[in-house]
Design a protein around this ligand. Sequence first.
Ligand code: SF4
Ligand code: SF4
Length: 661
Amino acid sequence: MVPTRSEFIHQGLPGKVAFYVLILASTAYAAWRFWQRVQTWRQGKPVTWKQDWIGNVTRYIVAQRKVRASRPKSGAPMHLLIFYGFVALLIATTLLAVNSYSPFKFHQGTYYLVYEATFDSLGLLLVIGVVWALARRHGFRPSVVSHEWKDLWALYLLLALGITGYVVEAARIANDPKPWDHVSWVGNAIAQLLPTVSDGAYVGIWWFHSILVMAFIVGLPHMKLKHIVVAIPTAAGVPARPMGHLEPISMEEVEKTGQIGVAEAKDFSRWHLMSVDACMECGRCTEVCPANGVGKILNPKRVAQDVLAASQTGANVPSAISEEALWACTTCNACVEACPVLIRHVDLIVDARRNLVAEGKLSGTAAVMLRQTGSTGHAWGAARGTREEWMKGQEVPLAKDKKEFDTLFWVGCAGATDPGAVKTTKAVAELMRQAGVDYACLGNEEQCTGDSARRVGDEFLFQEMAAQNVATFSKYQFKRIVTPCPHCFNTLKNEYGDFGGEYEVVHHSQLIAELIDEGKLKPAQAQEGGVTYHDPCYLGRVNNESDAPRKALGEETRLNDYSDAIQREVLDGNRKNITEPENYGKKTLCCGAGGGRMWMEEEPNQRPANRRAEELIATGAKTVALGCPFCRIMLDASVKQVGGDEINLVDLAEMVRDANK
Ligand code: SF4
Ligand code: SF4
């Protein structure tokens, strides 16, 4: 006897016909519902970026890269079990269908035995994963995970599918045992618990399972589980541009539409509308949001849901999200980094801000910053001609004198005038001098990059600053730009290319790391009381640079490469000179200054920087090494507010300079 099993056991033609009619009807219904969703996405603007469909699907769907990289406490292992279990059952069903409806008949012999043993085992992944998810919802549900009956219904339906699948198998074995049944070890074990199953009882159990499958298909477009379908094209079409690169808007576009930014959902791209439809309300984005973490109204999960609702109802987007929530965002990208379905919340928020700014709805200190940037070319409004004051008493070469040099030292607004940031600027200049780097500064020719203006929502002020700076750069011959400001670094590196300014740009920590490798500098020395390091969002997360600052502090790490939590844990044990805070590297916690928040009023009990200061102080280290002038300004105020008077905030460049005196 050749091992195999037949289909539609004990069922005649009427049973077969009824099954095909019902399964086709339920599939057609689901397809129609999904098509309606596609029509909602199609009201958006056509996608303009290049898409790496195969690479993205391999990375984000097959390898589940985003899910694996998320925090274990957010349920990553649970999701992996459900996903791979579900995919295994889908493959098993597809193989069965190919065998049934094609001329190729292979469901027998050794293949059949391997098939049964493999998929009988893999089906357990789904059952275990769903039980885990249910336990999480009923027992230890993180506050950010919603608790709606629809979610529970979906989970119970999945569980019922998994369990009844095994029960059908067990009933078949109990009804008509075969010598090879032991390979279907789970079904066989259940069969041992069953009494004799009559033909009629088997058919009843089979139909019960089939109706559950149909209910699942019909319900899929209405449940959060729809992300199983929608996440695939979302991942495939995700913008190739880096996280820190905002899509520019052109004057032609504005002239054509008569509008700046997003007022209605149709002003977003089709991809952005599709992506919010993939949101399964897991809450990972909200869990890591620094604004939400200090009790602000901003909730990135809600942002995605509000944009989705606006796409379905035609509501005004800034009102649907709420203006207060929109202004609360620091554009730290923690939500973007955490989102398993690759939603770009920062694009959604900045696009809506652009419309608010154009409508004159920004007031207060952030509006003053925009005026200052436009009138003085300095975000804090320092008068023109004051950007060279920090150079007094030092030999700092100017670009206008040298004309040609290797490295352009971009100081930044804070680096030129803020007393704390000026210490960093001087240290970087001194290190470059000491290491023999051929560099020059723009001095009074430098102007704000426009980063904060852009992220507040004043796109055309940003473009004006970018055009002026690119024109200044074009006067000189240099190989690369170095800057101690991660915000300038991000904008110059990722965004100026859209305005004719393609440059090699490095953060000062990267230059220092390079000079250490070349033996021209020594890393920072250990400090009495210990050292911790605060990763700036626009360096560690947005530009994936966590190793260079640590090298400057005497640590060899591979954080830039880590792709999951496990590797991170291994690396944790290897630090010699620094103690990591709870959130570091890509998962760093924002100081609250990005996205123009530096210039917005903050309730004392709602300062993200206070929360970060508490985390840094909790390491026990007395020195906090920094790599960003914005973080320095924010944390300087906060460490004092949370009682860390004895904490020494110092840029890593100053520490390296002291080690090389
Ligand atoms: S936006 Fe992304 S991270 Fe946030 S709830 Fe939705 S799926 Fe989860
Ligand atoms: S970018 Fe940062 S502050 Fe803004 S919504 Fe996302 S996590 Fe929150």
